[in-house]
Design a protein around this ligand. Structure first.
Ligand SMILES: C[S@@+](CC[C@H](N)C(=O)[O-])C[C@H]1O[C@@H](n2cnc3c(N)ncnc32)[C@H](O)[C@@H]1O
Length: 238
């Protein structure tokens, strides 16, 4: 039987978790209702407005203005852009509106990969789809080769909750060319929390190159994972 994972959440770590996640903030034990190993083959339930996998609200279309902003940041240098997590393809469509040379997509869920491959066939700029977890596929990307990165995956295990992006930060630094730009679904409302800033700097990014702006969003009341009217758009240059 699956066991709850025990946590010692530090004050700094908790300070970046939105207030509406009261249960997560209070508890030192967490157990997800799904397992990472089941993600690849799980059914992807697409509706007009959202995507659910294993019952999880993976993506919802109120995020469209935010995805537009993330895509703008990731493509600002043109060239080769890596996107992690295809979801509903909202950010992918925005990426294609910019003047880029190549769009690489890494996606873990096989049903979503199918959609990404359909998208690739019609895309204006060349698209390469790598099917698998980014943790396995990232080695296919040469170091110092990317002009932009947009990271928007989903926590697939208890230890990834509110920190699924942290493990990726060192790879973002390694894979970008000097001057390349990294952005990610930040899970932060208006400014970087201490933990994000620390992890970004530990990965190699200089404090003076860690910037941000804010995207205005209108999540519906029914949205389980976001309750604020803004989300932070990271703009991080190597
Ligand atoms: C939030 S959605 C991406 C939304 C997308 N930006 C859009 O605009 O529609 C997250 C996607 O990441 C994928 N994913 C989750 N964990 C992953 C991982 N470790 N590696 C690659 N893809 C992953 C999920 O299957 C899902 O399709």
């Amino acid at each position: 039987m699956k066991k709850k994972i025990k946590f010692q959440k530090t004050k700094d770590f908790l300070s970046q978790i939105p207030d509406w996640e009261k249960d997560y903030k209070k508890s030192n034990e967490v157990q997800l209702n799904y397992e990472k190993k089941d993600w690849a083959n799980a059914k992807a339930c697409f509706s007009k407005h959202d995507l659910k996998i294993l019952g999880e609200p993976v993506m919802e279309d109120w995020e469209t203005p935010y995805m537009k902003d993330l895509a703008e940041v990731a493509t600002v240098k043109g060239g080769v852009v890596l996107e992690l997590g295809f979801g509903m393809g909202i950010s992918a469509n925005f990426i294609q509106e910019h003047n880029i040379k190549k769009h690489i997509i890494i996606e873990a869920n096989k049903a979503v990969v199918k959609q990404a491959k359909k998208f690739a066939k019609k895309a204006k700029h060349k698209v390469v789809v790598l099917a698998g977890l980014w943790e396995d596929m990232i080695k296919k990307i040469p170091n110092n080769s990317l002009n932009g990165i947009l990271f928007d995956t989903y926590p697939l295990s208890e230890v990834e909750l509110y920190q699924n992006h942290f493990n990726f930060f060192p790879f973002a630094y390694q894979k970008l060319v000097s001057g390349g730009v990294f952005t990610y679904y930040s899970d932060e409302i208006k400014k970087f929390g201490k933990v994000h800033l620390k992890k970004l700097q530990e990965a190699g990014f200089k404090k003076k190159n860690i910037k941000s702006r804010v995207s205005k969003v209108v999540p519906p009341k029914s949205c389980e994972y976001w309750k604020a009217k803004t989300i932070l758009v990271p703009i991080i240059t190597k």
